[in-house]
Design a protein around this ligand. Structure first.
Ligand code: PSV
Ligand code: MN
Length: 424
């Protein structure tokens, strides 16, 4: 299914008066609203190819129908999101869940939808039917050199596929670790992993980045070989200037101060990018901003401050991606909600009065500092985000138009009720 520009224009026309009323109020409240709108237009959040279908638990899976059955249909789905919000202009592939048999035609198809290829993701956390050795006891950390070699070669193959598609980064997430005390020599597991990563790093093109994602637990529940930002940082520092830590918001122990982690990684030039989601108990649970929107805002507050301090381009100098998977919502609707949540946190962070905040911090005026942040967070910036979409050619309310045009019903008609997407 492809959206017609006229349908979007008509929908916007019908909803314009209400929007303009809200916009004129917020622009009178926020001094730099025009600059914020411009930054929002530039900001793109990549959609993971595995989030387009239902999933997310190791128990039942309850597909709602019309899921994309091929990489082409996944691109079509991201194209739909991008047409609606003009902020989802990239797709991140997970290999081998998504293999582009004919990279040039896949690249052309993506370009038709205005999409680029974001980071490519390797997968050594599952065994594939045709692979020689099992990853049951780890991949890059494995005590067996031949298994490590197989995992290294897979990552190099993923880089090659990424090159053909125009990706510029590889994300490595390892499920490596141990389930029981005594199973693993931590030091040897670290050293094997480092050596393996060095070989992968050596295969990176000059203009590529390697993102090393960490996760505190699951599927191993005693130790994880890249468990937290400190461990990821230790690896990426040794690897070199093209290696960075990737922060997935769902991968921390409870109450971790993620905004502080972000700030310090950024300060040291070692923050590579994000996997956005929200989380109460486990991994990739919830829509970004669904549960802890203040935390998401505080993270963006550090990002804006830290990126500006280093003269970085907000839109292009870090990798921005969603990583979520849900069982009970329409995946496309959920992704629209996530993008909206992220955009709102970003817009609020852009509206923080940095001069006043710095002054409050220098005067140890804790109350004023807190007020400044809370005021920004409590400001309803939805009209600014909608205005950015409107100017970029998207819909005033992507979710509203999605329902209005019965997009899911159409996808079910095209693909069938039993169409199921690859992924977890
Ligand atoms: C692991 O939980 C993870 O966050 C990694 O990013 C994987 O690539 C993705 O989820 C798989 O769903
Ligand atoms: Mn992730």
């Amino acid at each position: 299914m492809q959206l017609d520009k006229n349908q979007i224009a008509q929908y916007n026309e019908d909803n314009l008066a209400g929007h303009q009323r809200k916009l004129s109020y917020i622009t009178s409240e926020i001094a730099n609203s025009e600059a914020i709108i411009q930054k929002l237009i530039d900001f793109q959040i990549a959609i993971p190819s595995w989030a387009l279908g239902t999933g997310g638990t190791r128990f039942g899976r309850f597909p709602g129908g019309g899921e994309p059955r091929s990489i082409e249909e996944k691109i079509e789905d991201v194209g739909l999101l991008h047409a609606l919000n003009q902020s989802s202009g990239a797709i991140s592939l997970h290999i081998p869940w998504d293999i582009a048999a004919n990279p040039q035609s896949i690249k052309d198809l993506a370009a038709q939808h205005g999409l680029k290829f974001d980071a490519v993701n390797s997968n050594t956390f599952q065994d594939q039917a045709d692979q020689e050795f099992s990853y049951k006891f780890g991949s890059l950390q494995n005590v067996n050199k031949a298994i490590r070699k197989q995992a290294i070669e897979h990552n190099i193959e993923v880089i090659k596929q990424g090159i053909e598609l125009g990706s510029k980064s590889l994300t490595v997430w390892l499920s490596d670790g141990s389930c029981f005390p005594g199973q693993l020599n931590f030091r040897k597991a670290y050293q094997n992993t480092l050596e393996s990563l060095e070989e992968i790093y050596a295969a990176l093109p000059a203009d590529w980045k390697l993102f090393l994602e960490y996760k505190c637990a699951e599927p191993n529940f005693y130790s994880t070989t890249v468990a937290d930002w400190g461990q990821s940082y230790s690896y990426v520092q040794k690897l070199g200037e093209k290696a960075f830590t990737l922060v997935d918001l769902g991968h921390h122990l409870p109450n971790a101060n993620i905004e502080q982690i972000v700030s310090l990684l950024l300060m040291d030039g070692k923050l590579g990018g994000f996997h956005f989601n929200d989380s109460k108990y486990g991994d990739d649970d919830l829509t970004a901003g669904a549960l802890k929107p203040y935390q998401l805002f505080l993270i963006f507050n550090e990002l804006v401050e830290g990126m500006d301090a280093r003269g970085m381009n907000h839109a292009s100098d870090l990798g921005w991606m969603i990583d979520a998977s849900h069982n009970v919502k329409d995946p496309l609707e959920d992704l629209l909600q996530s993008v909206e949540g992220i955009m709102m946190a970003y817009a609020q962070a852009l509206s923080v009065d940095r001069v006043a905040l710095e002054e409050a911090q220098n005067n140890n005026d804790v109350v004023t500092a807190q007020e400044i942040l809370q005021n920004a967070f409590r400001t309803d910036v939805r009209a600014l985000v909608a205005e950015a979409r409107l100017r970029a050619g998207g819909a005033l309310s992507p979710l509203g138009l999605f329902r209005n045009l019965k997009v899911r019903e159409n996808l079910i008609k095209e693909r069938g009720l039993k169409a199921i997407s690859t992924g977890l």
